[in-house]
Design a protein around this ligand. Structure first.
Ligand code: PLP
Length: 370
């Protein structure tokens, strides 16, 4: 593969080997349930197409994306697996589902009525979404039977699946997830003769809930080697993404001198300061100003001053003979030290999901597979 021109040596390394191992790990752990990788939002920022190819080579039953455009992108890349679109689409885009053999989610009576005029061209494959407690998309459990009856009256629509989504599977107390699960189990018993696929599980349920997860697991965050509780990554999971760059500049800052916009950092001693050619336009969040850290030669280097659009500064005082061009790890391992997505997420009061989704298109994704 030709190396992408990358004048600042900034890259997100995506290990397809780690991704494959994570999928395999869950396939074994959750057997006989199969794995349906969730690669919405361009694979949580990792790049959906290469991940889809891995899923294809493992014979996954489905891929899941949020929106129609994400599914079309996969079809354009030659991905042939069934694709379940989890989220809303405008009724007039219904013919594209039929044309591209995509599976839609039906989650309300209003939606069904609105899309019905657009399906006479062929068979629309759908999964029906039940709201067992998330209050996002889906009909209530006691409305499922009526919705399914109405769908079947339309003809032109083939119901392939029934599913729901947990609100609290990542929390230590399983009580509410159990309540949602029990609501779904009743429906499964009722419909299992006439519907092929039943699915409830996201990553958190697969990682933490000892339940029968039915036909397949919609596996997102954990497939990327990230912890569904945004805590310490469990040992079998391998992080798929690391993010590196190099030092652009190294200099001495004297006691009393300030660093970056707003002079929020003032040196209290003579310090060696490095400049890093990555900023918030790359998705390196400005809230990491004076908080986060990066790794140089296996040493933790705190961020000093504000993160700018294209660069930020770090304290190199504990790094032996730092030099412009030395590698800087923003996410990932260097020696025995690691900056994890979970650590960054904690600085930002958010979850690891948002950290990888935010890495912008200015950062090339470089794929490796052994
Ligand atoms: C995003 C999404 C998932 C995947 O969730 P993870 O927590 O990343 O595993 C599963 N199901 C639905 C409906 C989703 O929107």
């Amino acid at each position: 593969m030709m190396e992408v021109l990358n004048s600042r040596h900034t890259r997100a390394n995506i290990s397809l080997t780690a991704y494959r191992r994570n999928l395999r790990y869950f396939a074994e752990k959750c057997e006989p349930s199969l794995i349906a990788p969730v690669i919405k939002a361009d694979g949580y920022g990792h790049g959906a197409i290469p991940l889809a190819k891995v899923a294809e080579s493992l014979n996954c039953p489905y891929l899941c994306v949020a929106f129609l455009e994400e599914a079309l992108e996969l079809r354009s890349a030659g991905i042939d697996l069934p694709i379940l679109v989890l989220n809303y689409f405008a009724p007039e885009s219904t013919p594209l589902f039929i044309q591209e053999r995509l599976t839609a989610t039906i989650f309300s009576f209003q939606q069904l009525e609105a899309l019905a005029p657009f399906i006479d061209a062929g068979k629309l494959s759908v999964h029906v979404k039940v709201d067992t407690g998330m209050s996002r998309l889906g009909v209530k459990p006691d409305e499922v039977e009526r919705l399914i009856r109405q769908i079947r009256e339309k003809r032109g629509i083939q119901i392939e699946g029934l599913y729901t989504h947990f609100a609290t599977a990542d929390e230590p107390d399983p009580a509410f997830a159990r309540k949602q699960y029990d609501r779904f189990v009743g429906l499964r018993t009722h419909f299992h003769q006439s519907i092929r696929y039943f699915h409830v599980s996201n990553s958190a349920a697969a990682q933490y809930l000892p339940l029968n997860l039915f036909d397949f697991i919609r596996l997102g965050i954990s497939s990327y080697g990230l912890d569904a509780r945004n805590e310490k990554r469990p040992a079998p999971l391998l992080p798929v993404l690391s993010w590196e760059t190099v030092l652009s500049h190294v200099k001495i800052v004297q006691e009393g001198e300030s660093v970056s916009y707003g002079r929020t950092f003032i040196a209290d001693r003579t310090m060696t300061i490095g400049t890093v050619p990555v900023g918030y336009a790359d998705g390196y969040n400005r809230l990491l100003s004076n908080r986060g850290a990066a790794l140089v030669k296996g040493r933790r280097c705190p961020i000093v001053g504000r993160v700018c659009m294209d660069q930020f500064m770090i304290d190199l005082s504990h790094v032996p003979s730092p030099y412009a061009g030395d590698r800087v790890m923003l996410i990932g391992f260097d020696g025995s030290e690691e900056i994890s997505c979970e650590e960054i997420a904690r600085h930002l009061s958010t979850i690891n999901y948002e950290v990888t989704c935010q890495i912008s298109k200015r950062v090339p994704r470089i794929y490796t597979a052994e």
